[in-house]
Design a protein around this ligand. Structure first.
Ligand SMILES: Cc1cc2nc3c(=O)[nH]c(=O)nc-3n(C[C@H](O)[C@H](O)[C@H](O)COP(=O)(O)O)c2cc1C
Length: 341
């Protein structure tokens, strides 16, 4: 047995009972199922985070577009605490705002975990040292993962090219990125990008990951703060595109009129300033808040194609767990048959 497969063996608690799937990530984060709801700018508010955590996953409140000041963050945290006593996290895109006052609030409120993305995580990790707050760092490949581990991250989440929203620059797919990151670090690894059902969860665990980060699928649940038109536009949506590549901030969005126009502008050499003006917050808000599904930037991953309905977060998590169990049992039985032959 290789070191890697030994680690994968240890990672998933076999026969861990109906009410949990135990992995290194669930132990570190104190959750029942290895399902992390991704930070979703403007969309992931207290109601969604608390619903996911109540269902046994790790819900997250997005700082971006939701909890941008200490007062707003505290209010959102308290709202979530009123709905759940389970652990939840706060997601921080770095390099935008002064983060220290926000981290103070997280520490004062005793939040279970934070996730850090899009920037150097070291100052934030240093600020949180000794607080007992778990730190998840989003990465897009093995080099970033090693740096996050060295900086003191408790968990890394690697998001592949299939994923929705802003992506790393590497273009690594989930199937390739996850094993590479697993080989690079010893801390728990969570797989994201393209995972929207129990088959994806089972596949990620089988690759050796300690859990999954799910973004796009959690937009199309009842508690998500997104316009119903956006949720409806995601159902079986097979076409997504990468926008903002020329700005070196690639992100995956639904292939609607807005995205096609933006790609044309990028291809025709439009200036950086003009492009940045086109992708400001307002372009996203027109869709998320006002339901204009053609004239707005609607972040979405390839996994939108797998979305068929708009359940509650709890219904979705239960379904994902049941489907993952069925997939893992099927594969275990196959492995048994191979051995017996
Ligand atoms: C609408 C949308 C907004 C997002 N906003 C954030 C964010 O604010 N912070 C963050 O870390 N990731 C953000 N992401 C990425 C997700 O948290 C997650 O890593 C990614 O969606 C996983 O891939 P999937 O969409 O295939 O599930 C966003 C993704 C989407 C679709």
């Amino acid at each position: 047995m290789t070191t890697q497969s030994k680690r994968a063996d240890q990672a998933v608690g076999v026969g861990s009972g109906q009410d949990r799937i135990e992995t290194r990530a669930t132990r570190v984060l104190g959750i029942r199922y290895p399902i992390i709801q991704g930070g979703l700018a403007r969309i992931a508010r207290a109601e969604l985070a608390a619903a996911v955590s109540n269902a046994g996953g790790l819900g997250q409140i997005a700082m971006a577009g939701v909890a941008t000041t200490p007062d707003l963050l505290r209010a959102e945290i308290r709202k979530a605490k009123a709905i759940t006593s389970a652990p939840f996290a706060i997601n921080f895109p770095l390099g935008h705002l002064k983060i220290d006052p926000l981290l103070e609030v997280v520490i004062e409120e005793g939040v279970a975990a934070v996730s850090l993305t899009r920037g150097d995580p070291r100052p934030a990790i240093a600020r949180l040292a000794g607080s007992g707050i778990r730190v998840i760092v989003l990465v897009s490949g093995p080099e970033q993962a090693k740096k996050a581990e060295q900086a003191g991250a408790d968990v890394v989440a690697t998001v592949g090219y299939e994923g929705g929203g802003h992506l790393g620059l590497s273009d690594l797919t989930t199937f390739v990125g996850v094993p590479l990151v697993m080989d690079a670090v010893r801390i728990p690894v969570v797989a994201g990008g393209g995972i929207a059902d129990g088959r994806g969860l089972a596949a990620a665990l089988t690759l050796g990951a300690d859990g999954v980060e799910v973004g796009t699928r959690f937009i199309a649940v009842r508690e998500a703060f997104a316009h119903e038109n956006y949720k409806a536009a995601l159902l079986r949506a097979a076409d997504t595109v990468i926008v903002k590549r020329t700005l070196r901030q690639p992100g995956r969005a639904l292939a609607n009129d807005w995205a096609r126009d933006f790609l044309k502008a990028e291809a025709s050499g439009t200036s950086r300033e003009e492009l940045l003006g086109m992708v400001g917050a307002e372009a996203n808000e027109r869709g998320v808040f006002h339901g204009d599904t053609q004239g707005s930037l609607l972040w979405a991953g390839q996994a939108a194609a797998l979305i068929e309905d708009i359940p509650t977060a709890q219904e979705f998590v239960e379904r994902m767990v049941a489907q993952a169990r069925a997939s893992l049992e099927r594969v275990s039985a196959m492995a048994g048959m191979v051995r017996a032959a």
